[in-house]
Design a protein around this ligand. Structure first.
Ligand code: GAL
Length: 671
C-alpha cells in the first residue's frame, strides 16, 4: 500500500482508462509524470467494464493500469466502481430503478439509475467492492478507496414503493408510534391524521402543498438511505482492506443540498469534495470560497481533499465558460488556502465520446501543445513548491452556522416569501467578510462555538433548542453574534416557536417581532442610523419585520416601507460577557452590509488576514510554528499587499510588501 503523498500538494484527478485503448495508457502515465500528477481516482464508472455480465469479470486491464501507475509513482484512489450499474443489472432488476415525485421511472442510459433504498443494489454493489478489495488490498499503488461517486447527485429523493416501505421503517425508528408521528407532523391540520404508519407515503405529487414536516423527514430519510448504501460498502472495505483510508466525494457547492453531510463525516477517513464554478453567478469565486470554507467546517478544521474541479469549462451549464488564463491556478490556490491539501480534477483526459466530451480535462482534445497543458504543468510545479504547507490549518476567528436541515425546511413552499432562500444571506455575509479579508469557518450545528470571536447565524429558519443554546453559550463566553431575519422561527419538527419571532433567539437578541413583512420583488426600503447613532445607512430588500426592542437598542431603522421608524438592525450587550448580539431584520445592500460587518468585527476584535486591496483574496494557514499567507489577485490591475514579510514559495525570493501582477498569486512563508 502506498501512503498518500505528503511532500507536496497532491495533484491529480479522475482517470477513466477504460475509455481509451491500452496504447494511450502508456502515454498517460508518461504525461502524468511530466505534469507532476501524483494521484488518480481510478475507475469511478467502470462497473460495466469490470463485470460485463453477471458471471463474468474482466479485471486484467485494471491490473495492468494499477501496475503502470505504480511504476510511475502515482498513488491510486481506487473507486469501488459502483456509482452506476451496468445495463444488464437494470434489465435483470427493473425494480431497482428510481422513481420521481410524479411517479415516472428514471431509466438507465444516463448514470446513477438506482434507488437509494434498494437492497438488491446493495448486494450487487458490495459484491463489486469485495471483488476489488480482495484483488487490490495489497497492491503497491493503492492509497485510498473511493466509494461510489457523489451520492444523491441524480437519484435522490426517489419516491418508489420500496422507498415508501423503507420510509415507514425509518419513521417507526424515529417516532416509535403513529401518535408521535401525528404530533410531529401536525396532522390535525387538513385532515391528515394517520391511524397507522401503513398509511404514510413519500411526499409524492399532491393536489396542493404537501405536509412540510413530511417533506423534511423525507429528505432526512433519503440522506440516511444513501448513507446506509455507503456504510455497506465501507464495511466490506474495512474487512477486506483494513488500514487503507476510505472516502466518498461530497458536493459542497451551493447548488447541491441533497445530503446532510455532518451525518456522513464520522464515516469517512478524509473529507473530500467536488467543486465547479457556477458561471451564472455575479462572483463565482465568492461561492468557491464559501464551499471551501464549508468543506473545512465539515472536516472539523482538518485539511481536506478536493476530489474534482475543472481545468477549464464544464459541459452541464447553459453556457460553459472556459477559464481565463491563470484562473485554474487562482482557483486551485484558493482551495489550498482554505484547507485543501489535494487538488483533483475531473478528469485526466477529456473524453472523445459520451455526454461529457465537451468537459475540460488535464489533457485537452487538442493535446499537450496547448495553453491548458502548460498551465497544468505550471500547477504541478506550484504543487511541489507548496509541500511545506501540507498539514497546516486555516486560521479563522469567525464561524458561520450552516445547517442542511434548516435549508430543507427554509426552502419549502407556502412561506411568507418564496424569494427568501436558505444560503442567500449566508453568502452575503461570507462575501462581505471575504471582501474585508476576514476568514470564516462555515460550520455545522454541533460545532463548539465558544472559541470564536464572532458567530454568524444567517436565516437559520429551523433551529433546535440545542443549537440555540450553543449560540447563547458562545455569546456568554464572549463571542459576538449576528443573527439575521427568518432565523429561529421553528423547532426541528418545523413547528413555529410561539410568543414572537425569532423564538429561538428572542432572549439573546433582546427583541421580539410581532409580524413578518416580506417585500414585493421591486420594493426597496431605506434604512438609516437610529437614535442619533453614526451607523452607515443604505437599503434593504426582500424582507422587513414589525420588531419591538426589549433590552436591545436600535442601530438602523426604516425610513420608509411597511414600518417606518421601526428598527431594522439592533444590538444588545450580553450581560456578563459584554459581547454584542446583533439582529439584522432585512436584506441589506452590499455597502451597508460591509459597513455593518466592519463595525461588528471591530467590536469583536476580529482582524483581517492582511491589509490588502479589494479584489485580492488573502487567507492564512498556520502549523508547526510557521505561518503562510496566500494572496490571490482576482483583479485586472496589479495590486500591493502591505506588511507581508517572508519568502515567496512559488517564485522564491524575499518579500517585503507583496506586489501581485494582475491575476497574480503568491504564497509567502512569513517571517
Ligand atoms: C461531477 C461528477 C463527475 C463529472 C463531473 C463533471 O459531478 O462526479 O463524474 O460528471 O461532475 O463536471
Amino acid at each position: 500500500m502506498r501512503s498518500w503523498p505528503s511532500d507536496r500538494v497532491v495533484l491529480g484527478g479522475d482517470y477513466n482508462p477504460e475509455q481509451w485503448p491500452p496504447e494511450v495508457w502508456e502515454e498517460d502515465v508518461a504525461l502524468m509524470r511530466e505534469a507532476g500528477v501524483s494521484f488518480v481516482t481510478l475507475g469511478v464508472f467502470s462497473w460495466a467494464t469490470l463485470q460485463p455480465e453477471p458471471d463474468r469479470w474482466e479485471l486484467d486491464w485494471l491490473d495492468r493500469v494499477m501496475d503502470l501507475l505504480d511504476g510511475a509513482g502515482v498513488a491510486v484512489d481506487l473507486a469501488t466502481a459502483t456509482a452506476s450499474p451496468p445495463p444488464w443489472f437494470s434489465r435483470a432488476h427493473p425494480d431497482t430503478l428510481p422513481v420521481d415525485r410524479e411517479g415516472r421511472t428514471l431509466w438507465p442510459g444516463g448514470r446513477q439509475a438506482w434507488c437509494p433504498s434498494s437492497t438488491v443494489f446493495t448486494e450487487h454493489a458490495t459484491a463489486v467492492t469485495a471483488t476489488l478489495a480482495r484483488r487490490y488490498h495489497d497492491h503497491p499503488a493503492l492509497a485510498m478507496w473511493h466509494v461510489s461517486n457523489e451520492y444523491g447527485c441524480h437519484n435522490a429523493p426517489c419516491y418508489c414503493d420500496r422507498c415508501a416501505a423503507t420510509f415507514r421503517v425509518w419513521l417507526a425508528e424515529r417516532y416509535g408510534d403513529v401518535d408521535a408521528l401525528n404530533d410531529a407532523w401536525g396532522t390535525a391540520f387538513w385532515s391528515q391524521r394517520y391511524s397507522t404508519l401503513e398509511e404514510v407515503l413519500p411526499p409524492r405529487l399532491a393536489p396542493t402543498h404537501p405536509n412540510p414536516t413530511q417533506v423534511l423527514d423525507y429528505r432526512r430519510f433519503t440522506s440516511d438511505a444513501l448513507l446506509r448504501q455507503y456504510l455497506a460498502e465501507l464495511d466490506v472495505l474495512r474487512r477486506l482492506s483494513p488500514g487503507v483510508p476510505v472516502t466518498t466525494n461530497f458536493m459542497t457547492l451551493d447548488s447541491f443540498r441533497h445530503l446532510d453531510y455532518p451525518a456522513w463525516t464520522p464515516h469517512v477517513d478524509v473529507v473530500s469534495t467536488d467543486h465547479y464554478l457556477t458561471g451564472a453567478l455575479d462572483d463565482p469565486e465568492a461561492e468557491l470560497a464559501f464551499a471551501a470554507d464549508l468543506t473545512r467546517g465539515l472536516a472539523g478544521g482538518d485539511p481536506w481533499l478536493l476530489m474534482e474541479h475543472s481545468t477549464s469549462a464544464v459541459n452541464w451549464q447553459p453556457v460553459n465558460l472556459a477559464k481565463r488564463p491563470g484562473q485554474m491556478l487562482r482557483n486551485s490556490l484558493v482551495h489550498v488556502a482554505r484547507g485543501a491539501d489535494t487538488l483533483g480534477f475531473f478528469q485526466w483526459r477529456a473524453s472523445r465520446a459520451g455526454a461529457e466530451k465537451f468537459h475540460s480535462g488535464l489533457v485537452p482534445h487538442a493535446g499537450t501543445g496547448t495553453r491548458l497543458w502548460d498551465e497544468v504543468s505550471g500547477l504541478g510545479r506550484a504543487c511541489r513548491a507548496l509541500g511545506e504547507v501540507v498539514g497546516t490549518r486555516v486560521e479563522a476567528e469567525v464561524a458561520l452556522l450552516w445547517d442542511y436541515q434548516a435549508g430543507w425546511a427554509c426552502d419549502q413552499e407556502a412561506h411568507p416569501s418564496s424569494r427568501v432562500r436558505y444560503g442567500d444571506v449566508a453568502h452575503d455575509l461570507h462575501a462581505a467578510l471575504r471582501r474585508a479579508h476576514v476568514t470564516v469557518d462555515v460550520v455545522p450545528p454541533g460545532t463548539d462555538l465558544t472559541g470564536y470571536r464572532l458567530v454568524l447565524v444567517p436565516t437559520l429558519y429551523l433551529c433546535s433548542d440545542t443549537t440555540a443554546a450553543a449560540v447563547a453559550d458562545a455569546a456568554a463566553a464572549g463571542a459576538h453574534v449576528v443573527v439575521t431575519y427568518f432565523s429561529g422561527i421553528v423547532d426541528e419538527n418545523d413547528h413555529v416557536r410561539l410568543g414572537g419571532y425569532p423564538g429561538a433567539f428572542r432572549d439573546l437578541l433582546g427583541v421580539h417581532v410581532e409580524e413578518l413583512l416580506p417585500l414585493a420583488d421591486d420594493a426597496v426600503v431605506h434604512v438609516s442610523a437610529a437614535d442619533g447613532g453614526d451607523a452607515r445607512g443604505g437599503t434593504g430588500t426582500l424582507w422587513t419585520e414589525h420588531l419591538h426592542l426589549r433590552d436591545a437598542r436600535a442601530v438602523l431603522a426604516y425610513d420608509d416601507g411597511p414600518v417606518p421608524g421601526v428598527p431594522a438592525v439592533t444590538h444588545r450587550t450580553v450581560p456578563g460577557s459584554g459581547a454584542g448580539a446583533w439582529y439584522v431584520a432585512t436584506r441589506l445592500d452590499a455597502g451597508c452590509l460591509d459597513a455593518l460587518t466592519a463595525r461588528v468585527c471591530e467590536g469583536a476584535g476580529v482582524a483581517a488576514a492582511a491589509d490588502a486591496p479589494t479584489g485580492v483574496e488573502v487567507v492564512r494557514r498556520r502549523g508547526s510554528g510557521r505561518s503562510y499567507l496566500f494572496a490571490v489577485n482576482h483583479g485586472d490591475e496589479p495590486a500591493r499587499v502591505e506588511g507581508v514579510r517572508g519568502v515567496d514559495l512559488l517564485v522564491g525570493g524575499d518579500v517585503d510588501g507583496l506586489d501581485l501582477a494582475a491575476g497574480g498569486v503568491a504564497v509567502v512563508r512569513e517571517s
